[in-house]
Structure formats: C-alpha cells, structure tokens
Design a protein around this ligand. Structure first.
Ligand code: SF4
Length: 73
C-alpha cells in the first residue's frame, strides 16, 4: 500500500475510535478550507506537509529558554 504523507506530517492528528477504526485528521482544515478534515488516503502530494519532527518540536535557535550558555564573551 502506498504510504501517506499524513503519517509523517506534523499537522496530522490520529483518531482511533473505541471500535478500533483509525482516521487521520488534518489540523490545517480548521484554518484553511482548501484542506479536507479527513483527507482521502493515501495522500501523496500535499502543499501543507511539514515533517512531524519540525512541526512538533521545532524550537528557534536563540530562543528565550533561559539556559543559553554565556561562553561567547
Ligand atoms: S497537511 Fe497534508 S499531509 Fe499534512 S495532515 Fe494535512 S493533508 Fe495530510
């Protein structure tokens, strides 16, 4: 079966029903009507695709984490 981009997309939310059915919900659909809330699978091309690692945990470098080392001076 063709893998779907949604599987690795940071905008995807997995919905599993109590009966075990699984749906992939596109969170972009909440703000952009060009995206389907439950896109037909598999999705092989998508302009909104963002790899999950970046979509979930992208932290700008030099952010205000409060723990930046002060070894440059
Ligand atoms: S943005 Fe595209 S790839 Fe990502 S969940 Fe939505 S439809 Fe799938």
């Amino acid at each position: 079966m063709t893998p779907s981009l949604c599987e690795t997309c940071g905008s995807m939310r997995e919905i599993v029903t109590p009966r075990g059915s699984r749906f992939l919900m596109c969170r972009l659909a909440a703000t952009d009507p060009t995206f389907a809330k439950y896109p037909p699978q598999p999705v092989v091309h998508c302009s909104g695709y963002v790899p999950k690692e970046e979509g979930d945990s992208k932290v700008p470098q030099g952010g205000n984490s409060g723990s930046a080392p002060d070894d440059q001076r």
